[in-house]
Design a protein around this ligand. Structure first.
Ligand code: CMC
Length: 391
């Protein structure tokens, strides 16, 4: 293979240095800027975590307030952007709309295209964290034919999002405080995860000098796949298909059969080979949210049974396959009335904090190189062109 290594899927190749997130996959450790995910989940908020990821340190009271103020004052989307949505078919997947709308932001914020100006880069990052919920809610409302809502800037991030999603004119939205808190927690858990497929994509696109909106739109496209962010949607579809706890055994057998083409969605992880610390937190949260919202969901019973059955099964034990973050997140989203098709969009809102932090870090690195993997060529050896008549 010449002077380079063949490493399909980058299992053993570090593509960059980064000071943002640390993962120890054997011990199930996840740190954002050195802080354990468990402590952030318990004490922090999503916007504080976004600040931490972007800036490297926890904010002081004053820094947090001014960051929240900035994010809050960039929540509106340009009126013209709204007309873009009308071009989509009524049953377009919201991820398709999100991907298109975010890419098109580069057509609105020309100044942000100057990626050599650090202030401008920071502003683009804040714009994306601020606008992602507005665009996401618009994608949902378009899909059900409801008029868009403006962001209510007197509310905090997650409550504001839930209002944009569900509010109808002249009817105050009855929101349980548990709902916004649960959402905030899910956003913290999903905020970053070092060089996963979507973040690597943002960095690869970013390495060419492409603008931040194009780079993040590429990340959204990568997140959409069921092996990555699409897994939370796939989990709920799978649980609904299993339909009853009595069918769990059959599902496990099918997942073990390679020829079935079926995998247990929400199981397994490229890096975590012991447990996913985010899954441990979410599992606990799921029970609490369902109890607080007074919801009993048969899908949760199926999920619990499936988890137990798989954890006992030698196939899953030998391959170190454990529930990942997305095994439970969908059940919480469902309890918050978020429709299944929006689950990956929710992941995208949270991961935006990570994507922009990596994009910023990349542009603060002197002499960063364009991402340009090599290959192992397996095609034909040199041969001469054969004229059409002689083939
Ligand atoms: N169900 C059944 N078998 C599985 C599963 C699964 N969910 N995941 C892996 N395996 C088997 C796989 O068939 C292989 O078996 P063998 O050694 O006999 O060929 C072995 O386990 C190793 O799998 P792999 O595909 O080589 O592992 P990977 O590190 O390339 O893939 C993964 C990791 C997450 C893509 C994979 O586990 C998977 O497809 N899981 C289901 C989708 C999912 O839940 N994705 C969300 C990931 S967490 C959220 C995020 O960060 O996006």
């Amino acid at each position: 293979t010449g002077h380079f290594t063949y490493d399909p899927g980058f299992v053993a190749t570090a593509s960059t240095k980064s000071a943002i997130t640390y993962i120890d996959g054997d011990q199930g450790i996840l740190l954002y800027r050195g802080y354990p995910i468990e402590q952030l989940a318990q004490h922090s908020t999503f916007l504080e975590v976004a600040y931490l990821l972007m800036n490297g340190e926890l904010p002081t009271q004053g820094q947090l307030e001014s960051f929240e103020h900035e994010v809050t004052h960039h929540t509106m989307m340009h009126e013209s952007l709204k007309y873009f949505f009308r071009g989509f078919h009524y049953d377009a997947h919201p991820m398709a709309m999100l991907c298109g709308a975010v890419a098109s932001l580069s057509a609105f914020y020309h100044d942000d295209l100057d990626i050599n100006d650090p202030d401008q880069r920071r502003l683009s990052a804040i714009r994306m964290i601020a606008k992602m919920p507005t665009i996401a809610a618009a994608a949902y409302r378009y899909s059900i034919g409801w008029p868009f809502r403006y962001p209510r800037n007197n509310l905090e991030y997650c409550t504001r999002f839930l209002h944009m999603m569900f509010e109808v004119p002249s009817e105050p939205l009855q929101l349980s405080p548990v709902a916004a808190k649960a959402l905030d927690l899910l956003f913290i858990l999903h905020a970053d995860h070092e060089q996963n497929a979507s973040t690597s994509t943002v960095r690869l696109v970013g390495s060419t000098g492409a603008n931040p909106y194009a780079s993040v739109a590429a990340g959204i496209a990568a997140l959409w796949g069921p092996a990555h962010g699409g897994a939370n949607e796939a989990v709920l579809k799978m649980l609904a298909e299993i339909g009853d706890v009595k069918n769990v055994g059959k599902a496990v057998e099918r997942a073990k059969d390679r020829n079935s083409g079926f995998r247990l969605m929400g199981f397994g992880h490229r890096v975590y080979k012991n447990f996913d610390p985010r899954a441990t937190i979410i599992r606990e949260m799921t029970h609490k949210v369902l109890a607080d919202l007074n919801i009993s969901d048969p899908l949760l019973d199926i999920a619990l049974e499936l988890e137990q059955a798989a954890l006992k099964d030698p196939y899953f034990i030998e391959r170190k396959l454990y529930p990942n973050v997305d095994f439970y997140s969908g059940i919480i989203y469902k309890a918050l009335r978020i429709p299944t098709e929006m689950f990956t969009v929710m992941f995208a809102i949270a991961r935006t904090a990570g994507w922009v932090s990596h994009w910023l870090e990349q542009h603060e690195t002197p002499d960063a190189k364009i991402g340009r993997p090599r290959q192992v060529y397996t095609g034909a050896a040199r041969r001469d062109y054969v004229p059409l008549a002689k083939r």
